[in-house]
Design a protein around this ligand. Structure first.
Ligand code: S3P
Length: 451
């Protein structure tokens, strides 16, 4: 089933060279945060280039339910009249975060230190994902959580009436957990300290500073120590959302594996906590260049140019790079199938608790399409067959996971036989224009009707 409706079966087949410019949508992580921080500040936050994927739309609806005035002005321009730190109202109904782990975890954090109660739910994928990683630290502030067994949604959070600040070491590399704690810390008195052993995406820290919070990051022996002073007055901002490197990954990777391709993907945010895939592709011998590198809104940005790369080679990825490319492993495994030799990915246990178990979903689908994959709890290895040698020909399950669906559609563009995906509906959560954008470049993607 798709996230919000009937399944949309799709297929892709051997495609001509992919050429042209791929204008991918705004960054999903920054879009969620723009709405949430806008809702927690005083005044009008104006946002340009917001990702209008279902995940972010669900966060916009949630912010309205908590009392903010959120307006869609068309063309990716939105505004948020915030209620100020600690000003969230109690929602009158259940908050449905759809498919979005980022949405639900950040919003739980943002409301957990206000004297209000909210109940959260999501789709079948989100309701399977672990929430204790967020509710454990929120309990330290004084919030209580009542969910299903194993800390699953639907779940009710009773916010702390008299929150205390927290010092918390995040036990798994997760920007969502880090961000939930920081957002909760906003309405606690004194200093909330979050420590992460491995650096994860730092958009929350950068944006909190931009909205006027006192927040510092120190690199110490313990890891990154982030200190936030609570109860600031956040001041509304004008935000231009950079384009999403995680969405750029799809036209970039497709161009590398489809013969003759040459694709430009402009204005991509290259924050080092997000750019691990592009480094990895270059290590594999990809013809991928950063053109016109510049800084925009405090983030490094460049135009990516990806050309067909006939001599890709498998590599062993440094595990410490995992956090900076955690969402890109599915599509990387597709590129690895067209490389020569083994691509070894270790230290990636977190892939098992994303929108799907991404190691299992990709390994199963790649094997069905003739690619050898070995896997264990926190590692997997793809043995590449080289260009022209990936058989394809199978149908795969997307498991309500946008990135699994898009990855296999990329596989089909360069495989010998077409690849079918049972449901492309979830693509709308993060990259609603994927299909027209890719077909515009020359990809052969078709909707196939009921399977
Ligand atoms: C995100 C953090 C990552 C990532 C997700 C977006 C964020 O999740 O997979 O797509 O915006 O903070 P984890 O924090 O669970 O690693």
């Amino acid at each position: 089933m798709s996230a919000h409706g009937t399944p949309i079966p799709m297929m892709s087949e051997a495609s001509g060279p992919l050429t042209g410019t791929a204008d991918v949508p705004g960054d999903k992580s920054i879009s969620h945060r723009s709405l949430i921080l806008g809702a927690l500040s005083v005044g009008e936050t104006r946002i340009e280039g917001l990702l209008e994927g279902q995940d972010v739309i669900d966060t916009a609806k949630a912010m309205r339910a908590f009392g903010a005035e959120v307006t869609d002005h068309g063309g990716g321009r939105w505004s948020v009249h915030g209620v100020g730190t600690g000003g969230f109202a109690e929602p009158g109904n259940v908050i449905d975060c759809g498919n979005s782990g980022t949405g639900v975890r950040l919003i739980m954090g943002a409301m957990a230190t206000s004297p209000i109660t909210a109940t959260f739910t999501g789709d079948a994928s989100l309701n399977k994902r672990p929430m204790a990683r967020v509710t454990d630290p929120l309990a330290l502030f004084g919030a209580r959580a009542y969910g299903r067994q194993g800390g699953r949604l639907p779940m009710t959070i009773v916010g702390a009436g008299d929150p205390v600040p927290v010092r918390y070491t995040v036990p798994v590399p997760s920007a969502q957990v880090k961000s939930a704690v920081l957002l909760a810390g906003l309405n606690a008195p004194g200093q909330t300290v979050v420590i992460e052993k491995e650096a994860t995406r730092d958009h929350t820290e950068r944006m909190l500073a931009g909205f006027g919070a006192a927040i510092t990051t120190d690199q110490t022996e313990e890891g990154r120590v982030i200190t936030l002073t609570g109860q600031p007055e956040l001041v509304a901002q004008d935000i231009v959302v950079p384009r999403d490197p995680s969405s750029a990954a799809f036209p970039v990777c497709a161009a590398l594996i489809v013969p003759g391709s040459d694709v430009l993907v402009p204005n991509i945010g290259l924050n080092p906590t997000r750019a691990g895939l592009f480094e990895t592709l270059r290590d594999m011998g990809a013809d991928l260049t950063y053109e016109n590198p510049r800084e925009e809104g405090g983030e490094p940005v460049a135009d990516l140019r990806a050309r067909f790369s006939p001599d890709l080679k498998g590599i062993e990825l440094p595990p410490e790079r995992a956090a900076s490319m955690i969402d890109e492993y599915p599509v990387l495994s597709v590129v690895a199938a067209f490389a020569q030799g083994r691509t070894v990915m270790r230290g990636v246990k977190e892939l098992r608790v994303k929108e799907s178990d991404r190691i299992d979903a990709m390994a199963t689908g790649l094997r069905a399409n003739g690619v050898t994959v070995e896997d264990g709890e926190d590692w997997w290895i793809v043995t590449g067959l080289g260009h022209g040698n990936v058989p394809g020909g199978a149908e795969v399950a997307s498991h309500l996971d946008h990135r699994i669906a898009m990855s296999f559609l990329c596989l089909g563009m360069a495989a010998q036989k077409a690849v079918r995906v049972d449901d492309g509906g979830p693509i709308a959560t993060s990259f609603p224009i994927f299909e027209p954008l890719m077909t515009g470049l020359g990809a052969r993607i078709l909707r196939t009707g009921a399977t």
